[in-house]
Design a protein around this ligand. Structure first.
Ligand code: SF4
Length: 212
C-alpha cells in the first residue's frame, strides 16, 4: 500500500512519522557511522521478515519530522555521523513524511540511504516517488526473500535486492562488500537494541530466546 504524496502537507513542523525505533549511531545499517530510523508499518509481509513487529501501522511512536531532524543534528555533533539510513517497516508507506525528512537531511550535507521493499520501478511509477529519490544517495530495493540470503554484501538481506546509487557518495563497491554483521547496543537506561543483517539478526535473537 503505497501512500501518495500530499503536496499540501509538506510543512516540516506539521509532518510526523510513525517510528518503530532509531539509534543515534550505528555501523551496521550502511557504510560509515550513521543515524538510523526504522519506520513503523509495512504491508508487504515478506516471509521471514525479521521485523514483523513493525508491520502494523499503529505501533511505534509518532515523532515530528522536525524532532527527528534535531536528533540527527545532535548525533552529528556527538557521534560524527556521516549520514542517515531509513528502513523499517516500509519507508514508502509514509512517503510524505519520509520525503520531507530525507530532503532536510540531504540539505544539511549528510548522506541518505533508504532500504525499501518496493522495487525502484515501483517507486518511480508512483506519485511522489521521484521526489523521495531526489534526496537519496543510495536506494536498496526489493522484497526480502528468505531463501536467497545475501552472503557477500554487508547490510543487505537477500540476493535479489539491488543497490541503486543515485550519487557517487556510496558507489565504491568495497563499502558494501563483507560479511553480514549484527550490532547490539545497550543504552544508559538498559534498553537493548539488536540490528544488522536480517538473517543473522533473526538467528541471534532466536539463540538469545532459547537461552533465556
Ligand atoms: S519490506 Fe521489509 S519490513 Fe516489510 S515485510 Fe519485507 S522485509 Fe519486512
Amino acid at each position: 500500500m503505497f501512500v501518495q504524496q500530499n503536496r499540501t502537507a509538506l510543512d516540516i513542523d506539521e509532518l510526523s512519522l510513525q517510528v518503530a525505533g532509531r539509534v543515534a549511531v550505528t555501523v551496521a545499517e550502511g557504510p560509515y557511522r550513521r543515524f538510523a530510523v526504522w519506520v513503523q508499518g509495512c504491508t508487504l509481509a515478506c516471509p521471514g521478515c525479521c521485523n514483523p513487529e513493525m508491520w502494523s501501522s499503529t505501533g511505534g511512536q509518532q515523532v515530528a519530522v522536525s524532532e527527528l531532524v534535531a536528533e540527527v543534528e545532535q548525533a552529528r555533533v556527538e557521534h560524527q555521523i556521516e549520514g542517515v539510513t531509513v528502513l523499517g517497516g516500509e519507508p514508502c508507506e509514509q512517503l510524505p513524511a519520509v520525503t520531507k525528512f530525507v530532503h532536510a537531511i540531504k540539505s544539511r550535507g549528510l548522506g541518505v540511504i533508504v532500504f525499501s521493499g518496493y522495487r525502484h520501478s515501483e517507486i518511480v511509477s508512483h506519485t511522489g516517488g521521484r521526489e523521495l529519490l531526489a534526496a537519496v544517495d543510495t536506494l536498496v530495493d526489493g522484497r526480502y526473500v528468505r531463501d536467497q540470503p545475501e552472503r557477500g554484501r554487508r547490510f543487505i538481506g537477500s540476493r535479489n535486492q539491488t543497490l541503486h546509487h543515485r550519487t557517487p557518495r556510496y558507489d565504491e563497491p568495497s563499502l558494501w562488500r563483507g560479511p553480514a554483521q549484527v550490532e547490539v547496543q545497550i543504552s544508559s537506561t538498559g534498553t537493548i537494541s539488536v540490528h544488522g543483517a536480517p538473517a543473522l539478526t533473526r538467528q541471534f535473537l532466536r539463540r538469545i530466546r532459547e537461552r533465556s
